[in-house]
Design a protein around this ligand. Structure first.
Ligand code: GLA
Length: 342
C-alpha cells in the first residue's frame, strides 16, 4: 500500500440488551453495536507504532515486533500492542485515536480499540482478510494479553458483526450470530452510572465460580434449573442459577423481540437485573437505584445493568413516546453496522 496515505478505521462499541455473564460458559447473549465509535486515523510507519489519544495524556511509542504487550505503557496502549503482537506485524502506524465512547463505561471501548487497530494493521501489512469471527477471536485474545482478564467473546463479536437496525443473538458456543430487527418505534438508551471498580478481579472470580459449578452439573449452557438445585454450595448454586436462567431469558427475549412484544421483553430485562444483582452479585447500589428509577418511568419497557457490572452503564428499552428526559444523562443509542475501514 501507499506508505504516505492516511487511513481510517473505526469500530462501534456495544450495549448488551440481555444475557450477561453467560458468554464465557458458551451461553446466549443479545447485544447490539451502537453509534458511538473509536476511530484510528494514521499513516503507515516502518517498525514502530506512534499513537496519540484525544482522551489520554500519554502517547504510545513502541517498536515492532511487540514481544510483551502486557508491559506496554501507557496502559491504554496494551490493547493496541496486544493486537500487534498477535498479528506479528513489522509495519506499524503513526497517527491518533479518538472515541465517542465513555472510557471504562462498560460499552466496550477496549474492544472497539482492538478492532480498529486490527483492521488498520491488517490493511497496512497487506495481510489476508479475516472474517468477523476471526477478527473477534483475535481481539479477544488481545484483551486477555492486555488485561489478564479472561473475558468472553461477546464484546468483540458484537462490535465485529453489527447490523444496522438489529440486535444480535449470539450463541457463544456455536458462535452463530443471528440479527433480530428492533422495531422502529422502540428506543434504546444507556445511562452511565459510575466508572467500574474492582471489575477485573471480581470478573475472574465469577469465571472461576462458573467453572466450579460445571464440575458439579456439567456445562451450564446445557443445564436445567432443576439440576442447579443439586449444587450444595450456596454461592456456586446462585451463580449457576443466574447463568442457567439468563440463557433461558435471552431465548425468550429474542422471541418477544421478533414478535415485537416489548412488554414481555422489558419484563425479562427487569428479571435479568434482579438475577445479576441477587444471584450473580455484580451490580452496585447505584446501578440498582438507576435501574429502579428507569423502570418506574412511564413508557419504559425494561431496564437493567449491562456488561460486566461493578459500575458502568445501565440499558433502558422504551417506547418512542417515553418520558426519558426525566432520566438524567440517558443517551439514545442506535444499532449500527460492524467495525470497518473508512
Ligand atoms: C464483559 C466481558 C464480556 C462479558 C460481559 C458480561 O463485558 O468482556 O465477555 O462476559 O462482561 O456479560
Amino acid at each position: 500500500m501507499n506508505m504516505s496515505a492516511e487511513v481510517k478505521a473505526r469500530s462501534p462499541g456495544r450495549v448488551n440488551l440481555i444475557g450477561d455473564h453467560t458468554d464465557y460458559t458458551g451461553g446466549m447473549v443479545l447485544p447490539m453495536a451502537i453509534d458511538r465509535y473509536t476511530t484510528i486515523t494514521a499513516k503507515p510507519l516502518e517498525a514502530a507504532i506512534h499513537l496519540t489519544s484525544e482522551d489520554q495524556p500519554d502517547k504510545l511509542n513502541c517498536e515492532l515486533p511487540i514481544v510483551e504487550p502486557a508491559s506496554t505503557v501507557p496502559a491504554w496502549g496494551r490493547y493496541v500492542t496486544g493486537v500487534a503482537h498477535l498479528l506479528q506485524v513489522t509495519r506499524g502506524l503513526s497517527g491518533s485515536v479518538s472515541t465517542t465512547l465513555p472510557l471504562g463505561g462498560g460499552l466496550s471501548s477496549s474492544a472497539a480499540l482492538e478492532l480498529s487497530t486490527a483492521l488498520m494493521l491488517r490493511l497496512i501489512n497487506e495481510l489476508p482478510n479475516l472474517t468477523s469471527l476471526e477478527l473477534a477471536q483475535l481481539c479477544r485474545r488481545a484483551e486477555h494479553l492486555a488485561t489478564g482478564v479472561p473475558c468472553g467473546i461477546m464484546d468483540q463479536l458484537a462490535c465485529a458483526s453489527g447490523v444496522a437496525g438489529s440486535a444480535l443473538l449470539i450463541d457463544c458456543h456455536s458462535l452463530l450470530v443471528s440479527p433480530i430487527e428492533i422495531p422502529h418505534d422502540v428506543n434504546i438508551y444507556v445511562q452511565f452510572v459510575a466508572h467500574r471498580q474492582l471489575a477485573s478481579s471480581a470478573y475472574s472470580d465469577r469465571v472461576a465460580q462458573c467453572a466450579q459449578a460445571e464440575q458439579h452439573i456439567g456445562p451450564l449452557r446445557l443445564a436445567e434449573v432443576g439440576s442447579v438445585r443439586n449444587i450444595a454450595d450456596d454461592i456456586l448454586r446462585r451463580r449457576a442459577l443466574h447463568v442457567v436462567s439468563e440463557n433461558d431469558r435471552v431465548r425468550r427475549a429474542t422471541v418477544a423481540l421478533a414478535l415485537q412484544d416489548m412488554a414481555t421483553f422489558g419484563l425479562l430485562m427487569n428479571e435479568s437485573h434482579q438475577s445479576l444483582r441477587d444471584n450473580f452479585e455484580v451490580s452496585t447500589p447505584q446501578m440498582d437505584e438507576a435501574v429502579r428509577n428507569a423502570q418506574q418511568t412511564p413508557g419504559v419497557f425494561g431496564a437493567r445493568m449491562t456488561g460486566g457490572g461493578f459500575g458502568g452503564c445501565i440499558v433502558i428499552v422504551a417506547d418512542a413516546t417515553a418520558n426519558v428526559h426525566s432520566i438524567e444523562g440517558a443517551m439514545l443509542v442506535k444499532p449500527v453496522g460492524a467495525a470497518e475501514v473508512i
